[in-house]
Design a protein around this ligand. Structure first.
Ligand SMILES: CCc1ncnc2c1ncn2[C@@H]1O[C@H](/C=C/CNC(=O)c2cc(-c3ccc(F)cc3)cc(O)c2O)[C@@H](O)[C@H]1O
Ligand SMILES: [Mg+2]
Length: 214
């Protein structure tokens, strides 16, 4: 049977990237998606904004919602200080299997805990099961209608502390209107929009960076 897009993306990494070199894995995926087959990775333009936020926050604890093929997982993990705790959630087992291989090709498997399951089920278990108190940085990039409920769930579970940063992909395209409305009007957050483009296209998109005020 025909391969899947994540499988073809993984083969492009294994063919064109150097084992243990995260930058070459990132470049191989961007080349593949720009010239062969579009895929919903955060991409290089928004990826540079992601990099700058990760470097500025220098987080000890990171949560990513929606691993997909592991592109943003590799981008984030390569910048983390030793000893940082990075948990990424993915509920599709076939996709998680691809992501594990992409992460391994980059040589970053020791810095990343990929957990298979739905964010709504796993977020309430973060403290007891994964020994996390709060997250310094959360990258939201999963189903767009899950951004708001999962943000409220993280608040309820006490996973955000004063200064925690939420960085949300795709707030324009495909768009996350209910999340944007909530986060921009809530007195508990200070938000900033980083205008950019939808990965590998000229279509407008952007990242919303929000600081939890406690
Ligand atoms: C249940 C909660 C929950 N728990 C755990 N894992 C979850 C999950 N919900 C989803 N996942 C996994 O995350 C990934 C989905 C990501 C969803 N991302 C977009 O839809 C998207 C679309 C475009 C775009 C598409 C078409 C266009 F024309 C334009 C733009 C661009 C983008 O950057 C995009 O991120 C998959 O691996 C899911 O298995
Ligand atoms: Mg995205």
């Amino acid at each position: 049977t025909r391969s899947t897009r994540p499988q073809r993306l993984l083969h492009a990494v294994q063919k064109n990237a150097t084992r243990g070199d995260p930058r070459s894995v990132i470049n191989a995926i961007d080349q593949f998606c720009r010239h062969k087959e579009w895929a919903m990775n955060v991409g290089d333009e928004k990826g540079c904004i992601l990099d700058s936020v990760v470097s500025e926050v220098n987080p000890s604890t990171v949560l990513e919602l929606g691993t997909y093929c592991g592109y943003s997982t590799v981008r984030i993990a390569r910048l983390l200080p030793p000893g940082a705790k990075f948990i990424t959630l993915e509920f599709n087992p076939k996709v998680a299997k691809i992501a594990r291989q992409v992460i391994a090709w980059a040589g970053l498997e020791d810095k990343i805990q990929l957990v298979e399951g739905a964010s709504g089920d796993l977020i309430p278990k973060m403290k007891e099961q994964f020994g996390v108190e709060t997250f310094d940085l959360v990258f939201l990039d999963h189903w767009k209608d899950r951004y708001l409920p999962d943000t409220k769930l993280m608040e309820e579970c006490g996973l955000l502390k004063k200064g925690s940063i939420l960085l949300a992909d795709n707030v324009i395209c495909p768009g996350t209107p209910d999340y944007l409305e909530y986060i921009r009007n809530s007195p508990r957050y200070k938000s900033q929009y980083f205008k950019s483009h939808l990965e590998y296209t000229k279509v407008e998109d952007g990242l919303e960076k929000s600081v939890f005020l406690g």
